[in-house]
Design a protein around this ligand. Structure first.
Ligand SMILES: C[S@@+](CC[C@H](N)C(=O)[O-])C[C@H]1O[C@@H](n2cnc3c(N)ncnc32)[C@H](O)[C@@H]1O
Length: 366
């Protein structure tokens, strides 16, 4: 028997959360029905001979009748578990945003799903004596219906078509990941931030690497490199079992608004931080350190210089340290034009790369 036929002719709802069979099904049909309903979160209660749902059963079943059983997760709903929000509290500015308590935070959840992140945030803020006004969107009519039932202000829209209004202090999101859609969702959502606003998002970790040369992706990577490069390091990801039925690694990033990003990029403090990362990493790489502090060699061979500039700066620092590309270029130029020629001329000079780089940063900042 077709699943469609079973759902239209052989079931009935005892309540919003309970479904029973109205006729006996063959074993194989029952097994298929059970597998399908369990994907919607239902459990079979053997004693009562009924399926128990945690969500509104008639809407869920109607959705399958409308869309077809193969499209149950057409919009890539993978609800955030409490682990996601705990991670956000620990590693993002959520723990202090709006802590002055002077006014309610304005929050946007652009793909709200079943409100899991939204509810965690509300509960947390209330516990902390803070509050928020939260607006949400979702493309899936069922999610919108269920979110409204939970009391949230949610509109049924494709978020990517919503006209940005820069009014939100916080954008909290776990967007759809399919074919790198998350990059477009994060970028579009960033346009809704006030100048001092913060965007906190779950992202898949493998995607940035796969999409290395994609312009959209570079937009995101540049911002991650400035604000939270450590979140792309192994060991800093969300636990594997954080999302049900998701096998890829995921992490949480937090970015500032575009205007803040442009200001931060030009600030002396950022330059200093990037320089510190560079120096630290040279200090921790013995081969490169000895190369640069070699005093008894009269000249650096072209090969050595190339090894340092290409091998170390381009590859190692770029991939391991996630230095921002704007600074990487600047540091490379500096080492090539100023440091290496100077060392060549005065091979016994006790140059310290740190000092030179720091001097350069101060000159630039002045
Ligand atoms: C990974 S789930 C996350 C749900 C929720 N944010 C959470 O953390 O629990 C992604 C959600 O994005 C919604 N979605 C997919 N494409 C969308 C779009 N273009 N506009 C708005 N929502 C979308 C899906 O319906 C689904 O609810």
């Amino acid at each position: 028997m077709q699943l469609h036929q079973i759902l239209t002719n052989h079931i009935s709802f005892v309540s919003d959360k309970k479904l029973v069979l109205t006729s006996e099904l063959q074993r194989k049909d029952f097994t298929r029905l059970k597998a399908l309903l369990s994907r919607l979160g239902a459990q079979w209660d053997n004693k009562q001979s009924e399926f128990i749902f945690t969500r509104h059963a008639p809407s869920l079943v109607q959705r399958i009748i409308d869309l077809g059983s193969s499209n149950v997760n057409k919009f890539h709903l993978y609800p955030s578990t409490p682990k996601v929000f705990d991670f956000m509290k620990e590693f993002t500015p959520i723990c202090y945003l709006g802590a002055s308590g002077q006014r309610k935070l304005r929050v946007l959840e652009p793909s709200i799903g079943l409100c899991d992140l939204a509810m965690s945030l509300k509960d947390y803020l209330i516990q902390e004596g803070r509050d928020c006004i939260l607006d949400g969107y979702d493309i899936d009519p069922l999610n919108v219906e269920l979110s409204k039932q939970k009391g949230f202000n949610v509109q049924e829209r494709d978020f990517l078509t919503v006209q940005p209004e820069p009014i939100y202090d916080l954008v909290l999101m776990n967007p759809p990941f399919d074919s790198s859609a998350f990059v477009d969702h994060v970028r579009h959502a960033s346009r809704f931030l006030t100048p001092t606003g913060v965007l906190v998002s779950v992202i898949p970790v493998n995607m940035p690497r796969l999409l290395k040369d994609d312009v959209r992706h570079r937009w995101l990577m540049d911002r991650i490199r400035l604000y939270c490069p450590e979140q792309l390091e192994k060991g800093n990801f969300l636990d594997k079992d954080t999302f049900k039925n998701v096998s890829i690694d995921t992490t949480v990033i937090s970015l500032n608004s575009e205007s803040a990003y442009q200001k931060d990029l030009a600030s002396a403090r950022t330059l200093e931080t990037q320089l510190c990362s560079l120096s630290l990493s040279i200090d921790n790489n013995l081969k490169e350190l000895s190369l640069l502090s070699e005093r008894n060699t009269e000249v650096f061979s072209a090969k050595t210089i190339d090894m340092f500039l290409t091998g170390f700066l381009d590859t190692k620092l770029n991939e391991e340290l996630n230095l921002h590309p704007a600074f990487l270029k600047q540091f490379k130029q500096f080492i090539q034009d100023e440091y290496l020629p100077l060392t060549k001329r005065t091979p016994t000079h006790s140059l310290c790369l740190d000092n030179l780089l720091f001097g350069a940063s101060l000159t630039k900042a002045a």
